[in-house]
Design a protein around this ligand. Structure first.
Ligand code: GLN
Length: 486
């Protein structure tokens, strides 16, 4: 078979199960591909070849002993460099954690290992997940495999780019305001942000704890469902994780066939939407309509407050979460300090990049006494209104259809103004504020050959229904079978 590294996870799992392919052969194919494309794509902060091959050999040994663990056994799954893996570096693409090696596994890491997956590589990102282009990484920018002069999106840009380039079979990212869905859209892969509380955050370096969720990237919707199955579920180590029975996400793809009641939020199709993106999303809407789905326009009236609300709550939580990087317990420690105050301020001044500093300053301001009520408290109230908008719409519909990103991949260096980058999140952040599940599935290409993503937003814990609706669309199109000419 040609190009093993571009096969869907589900296909590779069947080959591994039948004995036609070994996990070591698969890992070697992914490794060779990674070595070939990485000098151009630069999706990784680091990878440990010996460790990956040893995990693959262990998978083959298990299988030979009749103890294979399921579809992920022997599959290389790449991790964003903000998710802890025992004995591996965790840098969050920050100088602050340049020399940090994690002493423990995140819960998602442990679950992937329990499922037999080969935990593979440390994928590049915006520093501490703050950004939409992976240009805020302290290591290096990552390129979009579809056009190396363009960004892969962010903050999980490495996770999306590695998958699109064939340097992993599936990956994990984190999504605080769109960081899984937006890079998935810009790189032509599937990305899912789960309902807040479905996937444990234990071992995820925190950015904004009330918004952060870990989620999967897959080459297909089915692959995404398989990875979600492995990482979801209650975890006593994360007090915000939810006790709920998990459906069989892959099994449900065939069971749930619609027709779905779909809503088109009119606020998501306004000014700033690229016409080619708009047309591709309209065509997807038509697909569902032709398939017998009821499609109606709905309104989410507080959408215009999403960006402001997000950038108050996210920065406030970041300023608090990032206070732990003080150069004393861990993190970069300045060599120039002569007293304790100097040690704190110099370590932080040297360790954090400009975007992280901007957010800490903003967040500290909105939390400070005298301003707390005017900013943070008010933002929390508006957040409730935003959530109510969605829940109100869901009384009549099953899911919302929107563009994932207003624009396709832009040029590296093109958006130098922070506000211009913040606007990339306009369609994704409402979902995080409301704690809802949403995914991005490829829905076409621009005339210039850049991928476009369709976002489906669902009711809390209705991932199975979202995946099924996206699967129905994907099966009727050929977008996910295209690959960049690298
Ligand atoms: N781009 C958004 C930000 O910069 C979202 C990032 C994310 O989801 N981690 O905050």
């Amino acid at each position: 078979m040609s190009e093993l590294f571009y096969q869907p996870l589900a296909t590779l799992a069947a080959l591994l199960a039948s004995g036609k392919l070994s996990a070591v052969e698969l890992m070697q194919a992914v490794l060779a591909r990674t070595q070939a494309v990485e000098p151009r794509v630069r999706a990784f902060n680091s990878y440990d070849t010996a460790d990956a091959l040893a995990q693959a050999a262990a998978s083959d040994a298990r299988r030979a002993a009749g103890q294979a663990r399921g579809p992920l056994d022997g599959i290389p799954v790449g991790l964003k460099d903000i998710i802890a893996v025992a004995g591996q570096p965790l840098t969050a693409s920050s100088k602050m954690l340049a020399n940090y090696v994690s002493p423990y596994d995140a819960t998602v890491t442990r679950k992937l290992k329990d499922a037999g997956a080969v935990v593979w590589g440390r994928l590049n990102m915006d520093e501490f997940a703050m950004g939409s282009s992976t240009e805020n990484s302290a290591s290096h920018p990552t390129a979009n495999p579809w056009d190396l002069a363009r960004v892969p999106g962010g903050s999980s840009g490495g996770s999306a780019a590695a998958l699109a380039a064939g340097a992993a079979i599936a990956t994990l990212g984190s999504d605080t305001g769109g960081s899984i869905r937006q890079p998935a859209a810009l790189c032509g892969v599937v990305g899912l942000k789960p309902t807040y509380g479905l996937v444990s955050r234990y071992g995820l370096a925190a950015f904004a704890s009330s918004l952060d969720q870990i989620g999967p990237f897959g080459r297909t919707v089915e692959d995404t469902a398989l990875v979600l199955q492995a990482i979801a579920g209650h975890d006593p180590l994360d007090s915000t994780s939810f006790k709920t029975d998990l459906p069989d996400y892959r099994g449900e793809l065939a069971q749930r066939r619609g027709p779905w009641k779909l809503g088109i939020p009119k606020e998501y199709f306004g000014e700033g939407l690229d016409p080619e993106v708009g047309a591709a999303v309209e065509a997807a809407v038509k697909f569902y309509r032709d398939r017998g789905c009821e499609v109606k326009e709905v309104s989410l009236p507080h959408t215009r407050y999403c960006l402001d609300t997000y950038y108050i709550i996210a920065t406030a939580e970041a300023s608090s979460n990032l206070a732990r990087y003080d150069g004393v317990r861990y993190g970069h420690r300045s060599k120039a300090a002569t007293d304790a105050i100097d040690l704190y301020s110099l370590s932080r001044a040297e360790g954090f990049g400009p975007e992280v500093k901007r957010r800490i300053i903003l967040g500290t301001y909105v939390l400070s006494s005298g301003y707390y009520d005017a900013y943070y408290l008010r933002a929390q109230k508006v957040r409730t209104l935003i959530r109510q908008d969605f829940l109100h719409a869901f009384r009549e519909i099953d899911a919302l259809l929107t563009p994932t990103s207003p624009v396709p991949a832009f040029k590296l260096g093109e958006k130098s103004d922070p506000l211009a980058l913040y606007l990339c999140d306009i369609y994704t952040i409402g979902v995080n504020l409301a704690g809802l599940p949403a995914l991005s599935v490829p829905c076409g290409f621009t005339t210039g050959g850049l991928p476009i993503g369709l976002q489906l937003i669902g009711q809390p814990f209705q991932e199975a229904s979202l995946l099924a609706a996206a699967h129905a669309y994907e099966q009727a199109h050929e977008w996910t079978t295209r690959h960049p000419a690298l």
